[in-house]
Design a protein around this ligand. Structure first.
Ligand code: KIV
Length: 265
């Protein structure tokens, strides 16, 4: 029987206005520590291309890479919800989306995450109709970094803001169970979170989203050769162990002290 945190648990958080904490993970050991620390969702993110493999983007990450790390995470997990990222171009066509989502779910994912707006509506609908919970990732979508021109805050001007809001609503109607917002102004994330019925997760999106997510290496200061984005907080500065740092992250998300205004746009 699946004992992991479910999509329904995230819906309850939204309904009861309580926050949930999510982190990325790529290996069994950190997964175990964060699952024990109360992290409710673990994303096997394609950020592994940067923090594990040392690339300067997520684009080189393959399905085989993702599956390898997903299996490691699954072995370390206690009861967190495991979401798997669909890597660059792994959902570029309906056939690819079916095949690759199936592989991720059969390897132990509880849900999948896809980046994009209108162009992923059909994919979201098809996967969702077939019983796969889909999280749609809006705002700064790192797989489109070459089109976006950099890791920049999205939704600052009115047209862009209205586009992201409209895409969030359309994705919810298409069956997305969760909307993840990356690097958007806090006011926009607040408007989207209060408009949608499904839970939202934010990174660099202020404190109004229902859940928060961070790259686990950022939480423990292990990815510090890059310039730290504003939304990153190193919880090791106030902790004596990785376990304590993850616990502190969960506590601050739940008591709404993280992210603060200084971590937001
Ligand atoms: O791959 C990843 O780590 C992500 C998070 C930044 C949300 O998509």
């Amino acid at each position: 029987m699946n004992k992991n945190v479910t999509i329904e648990d995230f819906r309850v958080h939204k309904k009861e206005n309580t926050k949930f904490a999510c982190l990325t993970a790529y290996d069994a050991s950190l997964t175990r520590i964060m699952s024990e620390a109360g992290v409710e969702m673990i994303l096997v993110g394609d950020s592994l291309g940067m923090v594990i493999q040392g690339h300067d983007s997520t684009i080189p990450v393959s399905m085989e890479d993702l599956l390898y790390h997903l299996r490691c995470v699954k072995r370390g997990n206690i009861s967190s919800h495991i979401m798997a990222d669909m890597p660059f171009m792994s959902y570029a066509t309906e056939k690819l989306a079916y095949d690759n989502a199936m592989r991720l779910m059969q390897a132990g994912a509880n849900s999948v995450k896809v980046e994009g707006g209108e162009w992923i509506l059909k994919t979201t609908e098809l996967l969702s109709e077939r019983g796969i919970p889909v999280c749609a990732h809006l705002g700064l979508t790192p797989q489109s970094i070459n089109r976006l021109g950099g890791y920049l805050v999205q939704g600052r001007d009115l047209d862009d803001k209205n586009r992201i809001l409209s895409e969030a609503k359309q994705l919810e109607n298409a069956g997305a169970e969760i909307i993840l917002l990356e690097c958007v102004p806090a006011v926009l994330a607040e408007e989207i979170s209060s408009t949608l019925k499904v839970p939202t997760i934010g990174i660099g999106a202020g404190s109004s989203t229902d859940g928060q997510i961070m790259v686990c290496y950022d939480v423990i200061g292990a990815y510090s050769w890059e310039k730290q984005p504003k939304f990153v907080k190193n919880f090791m500065n106030e902790a004596n162990s990785i376990s304590e740092a993850f616990g502190k992250y969960v506590e601050e998300v739940k008591n709404k002290s993280f992210p603060s205004a200084e971590n937001s746009f």
